[in-house]
Design a protein around this ligand. Structure first.
Ligand SMILES: Cc1cc2nc3c(=O)[nH]c(=O)nc-3n(C[C@H](O)[C@H](O)[C@H](O)COP(=O)(O)OP(=O)(O)OC[C@H]3O[C@@H](n4cnc5c(N)ncnc54)[C@H](O)[C@@H]3O)c2cc1C
Length: 413
């Protein structure tokens, strides 16, 4: 008999959408997320284009739909070990990693107050630290603390256990594997930022004030490492001039041969963060051509009036060793002039890389790592940015269609 359940892997906006849509249509859904919280990269944004609302607006509605829906069962801190079977009858082995914190957690934070150990905070791309027992972020769902076992001092310390009046901390939790039987699988593991260090002529990792677009989201966020102040990493000074360098590694055969489609809009959005902080600040955007598709054209037209747009691929970024200011060198394609602009900070618009490293054999992907349909494995569907670079609204549409295909796989056999 065919299994009617659907497995969704990845709890970003794409996986959430596929899981919610399939379950609201009547399917039993298992949602597996590797991190300790749901929401994916969108949870790390400051605002969404084009409306510039905080990510929590959209995510909270999805979390509410999950809470109200008994047909969705979700597992955080979990990953897929193996996929066996055929469309309509898959057996999937899931490894559930320990949170070391149980359902009794009220997120009061007393455990963190007494924790003596620290870890680098990957939610803020390593710009600050948390205690070894931590809440992933202010709006984390589920709202539960988690222990980083690489940083925790273990039972010998035990201060968090003593501080927790709810008996929520279990330092002896361990990883467990279990099987799920499902009829179809939606693979929605999303994207990672391209490693800007590989574009060495832009100096990321060498010049302190060269940052990336994902880091800019955290700098501008009120729950970020600087409480929303966009300041220079080198000296904490307010930023008065910024250069956005487009296609930092994208559309380049030596790096990512494709366009990620969202980086121009992301930089235009981030220009509004800088302008909102200080309307006198000078903002440059160096671009090959601006890709603001469909209705995004309005946003582009509006923002470009406030900033200096220069058509040209930046050749090199150097640093003044004393002031740590950055000198951006570019040939202006419209005038032929070689320009050198000195700015406080540079934001590299790096592209999106599909999160398909270490995936089970059943998942097929192309030479760039994007998930494609596998004729040998019917009933497995990619959704969202793991399939192609997309903005949120297109990811939602793509995942709704993946949910429909998954439902078809569970009913036609
Ligand atoms: C700088 C920047 C700014 C952006 N700003 C905007 C914006 O303002 N507006 C907009 O519309 N779009 C924006 N985007 C695009 C937006 O981030 C994506 O559309 C969105 O993140 C796609 O969601 P997703 O679920 O496909 O992927 P993700 O958000 O990456 O979610 C994937 C999830 O899968 C999990 N996962 C990964 N691997 C595994 C695994 N093996 N097992 C289990 N779980 C796994 C991850 O932990 C994550 O939770 C921006 C993109 C960039 C680069």
């Amino acid at each position: 008999m065919a299994h009617k359940s659907i497995l969704v892997v990845g709890g970003g906006v794409s996986g959430l959408t596929a899981a919610i849509e399939a379950s609201e249509a009547g399917s039993e859904v298992y949602l597996v997320e590797q991190k300790s919280y749901l929401g994916g990269r969108v949870a790390q944004m400051n605002q969404y284009f084009p409306k510039l609302c905080p990510p929590n607006c959209g995510l909270e509605i999805n979390f509410k739909r999950i809470k109200q829906n008994p047909r969705i069962k979700f597992f955080t801190l979990a990953e897929i070990e193996k996929i066996d079977g055929v469309e309509g009858d898959y057996t999937v082995t899931v490894k559930s990693n320990p949170r070391y914190v149980n359902q009794n957690c009220t997120a009061c934070g007393k455990c963190s107050e007494v924790c003596p150990a620290q870890r680098s905070n990957e939610f803020n791309y390593g710009m600050d630290k948390t205690q070894a027992i931590y809440k992933a972020h202010e709006f984390a769902f589920p709202m539960k603390y988690v222990i980083d076992d690489q940083a925790c001092l273990g039972a010998e310390c035990g201060k968090c256990v003593a501080a927790c009046q709810y008996g929520a901390i279990e330092l002896d939790m361990s990883a467990k594997s279990f099987n799920l039987n499902v009829g179809a699988i939606v693979w929605a593991t999303g994207w990672q930022p391209y490693d800007a260090k590989k574009v060495d002529y832009y100096g990321y990792g060498k010049h302190e004030n060269v940052i990336t677009n994902v880091i800019m989201e955290r700098l501008a966020a009120s729950n970020g490492p600087t409480a929303g102040k966009i300041v220079r990493p080198s000296d904490g000074k307010e930023v008065k001039s910024v250069a956005f360098v487009q296609c930092a590694g994208s559309r380049d055969e030596n790096h990512l041969p494709y366009c990620s489609g969202v980086c121009c809009m992301a930089s235009l959005k981030q220009a509004t963060y800088v302008k909102a902080m200080n309307s006198d600040s000078k903002v440059y955007m160096f671009y090959i051509d601006v890709r603001a598709m469909g209705k995004h054209e309005d946003f582009y037209t509006k923002v470009q009036d406030d900033i200096t747009m220069i058509k040209g691929k930046v050749g090199e970024i150097s640093e003044d060793p004393v002031t740590k200011d950055l000198i951006v060198q570019v040939e202006n394609q419209l005038t032929g002039e070689i320009m050198k602009e000195t700015v406080d900070m540079v934001v590299l618009a790096t592209g999106m890389v599909p999160a398909t490293s270490n995936v089970p054999d059943a998942i097929a992907y192309d030479e760039d790592g994007f998930v494609v349909s596998n004729p040998q494995q019917l009933g497995i569907y990619g959704a969202g940015c793991v399939k192609k670079p997309l903005d949120v609204s297109s990811s939602v549409k793509d995942s709704t269609s993946a949910a429909l295909k998954a439902i078809q796989s569970t009913v036609r056999r």
